[in-house]
Design a protein around this ligand. Structure first.
Ligand code: NIG
Ligand code: FE
Length: 412
């Protein structure tokens, strides 16, 4: 099956050779080709270039993109979309003056979602989760990482990971699974932390590894959740079971989570709303991708990741949604890009790099995703007719996506 996209006004994120990520000043460069074409063979990008060099090809399908932009699909490297119900009441409680921390301390927050999840059937949660997955695919996401972490019991965590596996089998979007049993301590382990950590290490991890249910291991390293030492213990166990760490750090406090992540060669460290100069220096010249989640800052009214300082220091940065019921009930990468430009002063070029190639890196898939490169997956966004790609962050809140292709096929 050969598909042609022709008369593309501008083809974005064109990379002739494989790169794994962009850092520092390179993030300001977004290579493009004006008046371009793309050839798709089956599910892969087979060729691309300027219409001036358009090859004579017999195609099964031709899409005339006159006036439209084409770019690689968003790579959303941090979500928690397998959950039950919602936390609307906590949202209203926060409007009325309670903080996220206060709500969590009185049994709301993650424990509230865990209760709902453990009371729901696998089928009910699958149905709710697939609706969220379809929604983000229509919003242009072509690869996504999904975490467990709302079970906090052996059964609950395995249930979530099985649902993620089933979503990956039933949908063309690339899905990476992360085990986040260390998301919060269940009430009965509020004092006996080691008791719960032992369950994670001795009961959850062996089952997960045996059934190949996860690619990565995550820990919420934060005051009131998992300490740095507990985080290290869990990362070490995860690594023993073949899972690379990707961890939640520095959301509310800088307590040494970044240093722990680097020590265990984490693929990414995510959130980073509160960063010290030392944290930024620690990340330099490492293989760990810093990931910012601006919709979470927006929804919780907490600081934004200091993108400018980090990029100026030469770091790479990825952008992701954090789609979850408590801190970010939104999976819209278009909003993430706009918010990164508006609130974090990232340029459109930096934001698009952060949401494509660097997002792919943060999922370990930059060989196959995140740029227009021959041999990569034909996961593409065709925009509506727009004057320039600046519109993507500028016209925040507008839906500028015309067509989404995943594995070379239009996703309706
Ligand atoms: O990434 N910070 C920890 N976990 C999620 C939110 C959890 C929740 O409130 O349900 C996050 O923001
Ligand atoms: Fe998260």
């Amino acid at each position: 099956m050969t598909t042609l996209i022709i008369n593309i006004k501008e083809l974005l994120q064109v990379r002739e050779t494989l790169i794994s990520k962009v850092s520092g000043a390179e993030m300001a460069i977004l290579p493009t080709i004006k008046n371009a074409f793309v050839v798709i063979k089956d599910n892969l990008i087979a060729d691309f270039g300027s219409m001036d060099n358009f090859p004579k090809i017999n195609a099964d399908k031709t899409i005339d993109a006159g006036g439209k932009m084409v770019l690689p699909s968003w790579c959303d490297s941090h979500t928690h979309i397998v959950y039950a119900g919602n936390r609307e009441q906590e949202f209203v409680d926060r409007i009325n003056g309670f903080t996220y921390e206060e709500i969590a301390n009185r049994g709301g927050g993650i424990l509230n979602s865990a209760k709902k999840l453990n009371e729901s059937t696998e089928e009910e949660i699958y149905d709710q989760s697939k609706a969220r997955l379809e929604e983000i695919m229509r919003l242009g996401t072509g690869a996504v990482e999904i975490k467990s972490g709302y079970g906090l019991t052996v059964d609950g965590e395995l249930k979530i990971l099985r649902i993620i596996q089933r979503l990956a089998q039933n949908y063309p979007i690339t899905i990476k699974a992360t085990f986040l049993g260390a998301h919060a301590f269940p009430l009965e382990y509020k004092v006996n932390h080691q008791g719960y950590i032992d369950i994670i290490i001795n009961q959850m991890l062996p089952e997960i590894a045996k059934n190949k249910l996860a690619d990565f291991i995550d820990v919420f390293c934060e005051n009131g959740y998992f300490t740095v030492l507990e985080t290290e213990q869990i990362m070490e166990a995860g690594i023993r079971f073949g899972l690379k760490p990707k961890i939640h750090v520095n959301q509310f406090n800088s307590i040494g989570g970044i240093q722990a992540g680097i020590k265990y060669n984490a693929l990414s460290v995510d959130h980073l709303e509160v960063m010290t100069t030392e944290d930024i220096i620690t990340l330099k010249n490492t293989a760990t991708m810093p990931v910012a989640l601006p919709s979470c800052s927006y929804f919780l009214s907490i600081p934004y990741t200091p993108a400018r300082e980090m990029i100026t220091a030469g770091l790479p940065l990825a952008l992701a949604t954090d789609y979850n019921p408590g801190s970010t009930p939104s999976g819209n990468m278009n909003f993430v890009i706009a918010t990164a430009c508006i609130k974090m002063k990232m340029t459109p070029e930096e934001a698009i790099n952060a949401a494509t190639i660097n997002g792919a890196y943060a999922m370990g898939i930059s060989k196959t995703h995140g740029s227009i490169t021959i041999g990569k997956k034909a996961n593409l966004i065709i925009t509506k007719s727009i004057p320039s790609y600046y519109q993507l962050p500028y016209a925040f809140g507008s839906n500028l996506i015309d067509t989404v292709l995943i594995e070379g096929k239009v996703f309706e």
